[in-house]
Design a protein around this ligand. Sequence first.
Ligand code: URA
Length: 209
Amino acid sequence: MGHVHVLDHPLIQHKLTHIRDKSTGTKEFRELVDEVAMLMAFEITRNLPLQETTIETPVMEAKAKVLAGKKIGLIPILRAGLGMVDGVLKLIPAAKVGHVGLYRDPETLKPVEYYIKLPSDIEERELIVIDPMLATGGSANDAIASLKKRGAKNIRLMCLIAAPEGVDVIKKEHPDVDIYLGALDEKLDDHAYIVPGLGDAGDRLFGTK
Ligand code: URA
């Protein structure tokens, strides 16, 4: 069963509080999301495997560790996922980035996939799907299914805030996927917004309404 990790590092929690605050404007919101994404990437990559190599320090030959194993792929779900990509890339600059475009049909609340462009070797990569708000779970569920259909085998999901409803959907539909959250909120409201949440992540990142 996939695990749910709430990343309760004090810096993440502090910044998340300012992200939630409705008086935080677009510029600051974007900067804070970028910083939290970087801090979350630090925690998410905690268990990446290492291997030993030999180097020459100025003093002597030494055995030292480098990352081993699979390369990383970041898959932001458009559009709000874009706001977290640069923060993750600060720590994992060699990661390749694929994009999945989904929107929620306002009538049915079901996701519609309108764009997908992925690195050619996704089946060999450790993929991190990025979606700031895991609300109904519809978009993330659909994006993960799309990736699996195209050969992806190792997928983690990274979200700023989730509702229990969304977490349950991913746990049920994709039990192999570990979920990393900044916070697990109370519930969804009648319009599928996360409560208390932060409002519409895409609108707040890009200054739209
Ligand atoms: N998407 C958002 O941006 N915010 C929510 O609360 C739910 C979905």
